[in-house]
Write a protein that binds this ligand. Structure first.
Ligand SMILES: [Zn+2]
Ligand SMILES: [Zn+2]
Length: 132
């Protein structure tokens, strides 16, 4: 059975049943709300009124880009400002495909450790489990 897993250093492992398309969509929506709300993971993607380069980018320290910024000078700044923010807005509107894409591309970020895995039913013989 397919499951969606999430954990961070302050929260124990949580597994969501995603064995059907309905459950999968519900799991991603629920986890997105938790990451967006409780864990505030996407604070760097909140929309800004009139984007200007952030202080670190103005000082050419693009590695420290805050995300609330208009800079597209480096790949990392571009990703935050041109790729993640539009995805985040779609995700917030309940677009499950956007949620998946956003979570998958940020799964190495702190508090965004999300992955899919397989929950094994030991009573089902191995061959059948693979086909299921
Ligand atoms: Zn920058
Ligand atoms: Zn910046």
């Amino acid at each position: 059975m397919k499951v969606l897993a999430y954990e961070n250093r302050k929260s124990p492992l949580t597994l969501y049943d995603i064995s059907t398309p309905e459950k999968e969509a519900a799991a991603y929506l629920r986890l997105f709300k938790e990451l967006d709300g409780y864990w505030q993971c996407y604070a760097d993607l909140e929309e800004v009124e009139e984007p200007t380069p952030c202080e670190p980018c103005e000082a050419k320290l693009h590695k420290h880009c805050t995300g609330s910024c208009s800079c597209v000078e480096t790949e990392e700044c571009k990703r935050t400002n041109r790729e993640y923010r539009p995805l985040y807005l779609k995700a917030k509107a309940g677009d499950v495909a956007a949620i998946k894409k956003l979570m998958n591309s940020r799964k190495t970020y702190e508090y965004e450790n999300v992955w899919e895995t397989e929950l094994v039913d030991p009573l089902i013989p191995e061959e059948e489990e693979v086909e299921a």
